[in-house]
Design a protein around this ligand. Structure first.
Ligand SMILES: [Zn+2]
Ligand SMILES: [Zn+2]
Length: 246
């Protein structure tokens, strides 16, 4: 049975001391991550015994709380004494250049080397087009968030099982399509009742949750208002380090 482990369920501000976005998925096919926020790398090392087993990383959009940890994964890989196994990273258009530039800012002189490692592939995905990585089928759909970050939600099909990620977004119809008959959906829910542009609120979620045809809906990416109103929330709220079988 596929298992998702929440590495980071916080927002960009690590509200409530939560790590930034990162999800680890193990199943009979290749182990993979969805997003790796700037500080999620620390919790990834604490939580996951063998990072070498992560063969693929999917990035929803170019905000630091979703891909800021990638240079550290590449640095760790480069300076590891063991030979590293294959790693493939997929993200919105320009992903290789973004990761190269981010790595170069953090470690001047190393940007090119970090993205040119042996056994490493970094590739764009195309919006609204299914692509396949081994036995994994992925549909990236554009969502409504800071446009410069090229925001996407991801529908990830693992054989018969379907996993959906909203990425960061306001409520919009793409969520219904991503969710369609999914076994598990990780949905961002930044605020409780306030409307924050580019993000979902719990009030909107409650109004629209019936439109999401999913087996299990789990909220994440919480801001302070959402955390302060936990008792009033009737949908499952993820914590860092929680496991969901689906
Ligand atoms: Zn975010
Ligand atoms: Zn974002």
């Amino acid at each position: 049975m596929p298992k998702l482990t929440t590495i980071g369920t916080g927002d960009a501000f690590s509200s409530g001391g939560r790590f930034q976005s990162c999800f680890h998925i193990e199943w009979e096919g290749p182990t993979f991550l969805v997003d790796c926020g700037a500080n999620a790398f620390l919790n990834l090392k604490r939580s996951i015994v063998n990072l070498d087993r992560i063969q693929t990383i999917f990035i929803t959009h170019f905000h630091g709380d979703h891909y800021g940890g990638i240079p550290f994964i590449l640095l760790d890989r480069k300076f590891s004494p063991e030979a590293r196994s294959k790693l493939e990273i997929y993200g919105p258009a320009g992903v290789k250049e973004r990761i190269r530039n981010l790595s170069e800012c953090l470690y001047p002189g190393l940007g090119d080397e970090l993205v040119a490692q042996e056994n490493l592939k970094i590739e764009n995905y195309s919006s609204s087009e299914y692509f396949e990585v081994g036995e994994i089928r992925i549909l990236p759909l554009p969502v409504i968030h800071a446009p410069d970050s090229l925001p996407h939600g991801l529908r990830i099909e693992l054989g018969e099982k379907v996993l959906a990620f909203s990425g960061d977004t306001e409520w919009n119809g793409a969520l219904v399509e991503l969710a369609d008959n999914a076994d598990l959906m990780m949905l961002e829910c930044n605020s409780f009742s306030s409307i924050v542009p580019g993000h979902c609120s719990y009030s909107q979620m409650k109004e629209n949750a019936d439109r999401l045809k999913v087996e299990k809906l789990v909220l994440n990416h919480f801001g302070p208002e959402m955390l302060a109103n936990k008792e009033g929330v009737e949908i499952s709220m993820a914590s860092d380090g929680e496991e969901f079988e689906f």
